[in-house]
Design a protein around this ligand. Sequence first.
Ligand SMILES: NC(=O)c1ccc[n+]([C@@H]2O[C@H](COP(=O)([O-])OP(=O)(O)OC[C@H]3O[C@@H](n4cnc5c(N)ncnc54)[C@H](OP(=O)(O)O)[C@@H]3O)[C@@H](O)[C@H]2O)c1
Length: 252
Amino acid sequence: MYICTSLDLKGRTALITGASRRIGRAIATRMAKDGADIILHYMSSADEAASLREDLNKRGARATLLKADLSTPEGIDQVLSFSKSYGRDIDVLINNASVFKKATLWKEEDIPSMAPVLQANALAPYLLTVGLAEGAGLKRVINITDALAWLQRRKGYAYSLSKDLLTHITYALALDLAPGVTVNAVAPGPILPPEGKDYKYLDRVGGTVPLKVRGGPADVVNAIMFLLASDYITGQVIYVDGGAHLLKEGII
Ligand SMILES: NC(=O)c1ccc[n+]([C@@H]2O[C@H](COP(=O)([O-])OP(=O)(O)OC[C@H]3O[C@@H](n4cnc5c(N)ncnc54)[C@H](OP(=O)(O)O)[C@@H]3O)[C@@H](O)[C@H]2O)c1
């Protein structure tokens, strides 16, 4: 069941970063189903990206693959060069790709691993948005943040900071790119198990949020579709987290 059923994406092109698997794949699949052409960005999941492209093509959607490492300036340049040579406007940008690396605030040896995380999770969405907004076509940007990023403060310090920074980038760009482009964020809670964890773990986390259950990729997709359909919402964060953001210290 979807909240929004009336959005017609026909004739629009969406660039979705980290689209080959998991939540990104669900976003790409739904947007293609609603008629959008999709640029499927991926980094290392080449097989999954190729199978998704095949799947979308079979359903009549035009899907194009784009490989780039967004933790490097070269990778960001690659995406922007691709967008210039694509030949059509890119109307929608979904900044979904994300890097997590263990890093604490206190260990000096962790510091070098922080820069690529900040680059991929915050600087890349910013630079891609600004770069694409220079063309005429961009209308909607959705940044995927994290309602529970603060939980990672101890183990994934850079990840936690990067998602906070991305929220602030969302507010700043919503102002700076108005009136032509809306910029919003969706902040998922427990949706899919992180690397090394299973659904038991996710159910345990889900049990601690006010709605007492984990979500699923369709919940994130619903929020995105709502924002894509909205002409008068910008600079918002929609929490898709069963109310977890209301608790902070109360969770797990
Ligand atoms: N899963 C959850 O429950 C949850 C909760 C809160 C927030 N979120 C946020 O929701 C979004 C999607 O979540 P997810 O769990 O589906 O994401 P994910 O699996 O952690 O990552 C999505 C994709 O990011 C790409 N990526 C990683 N490093 C990259 C790099 N250096 N350059 C370019 N791409 C890179 C990967 O592509 P390849 O596989 O091709 O390498 C990966 O498939 C993320 O922004 C995440 O932070 C998720």
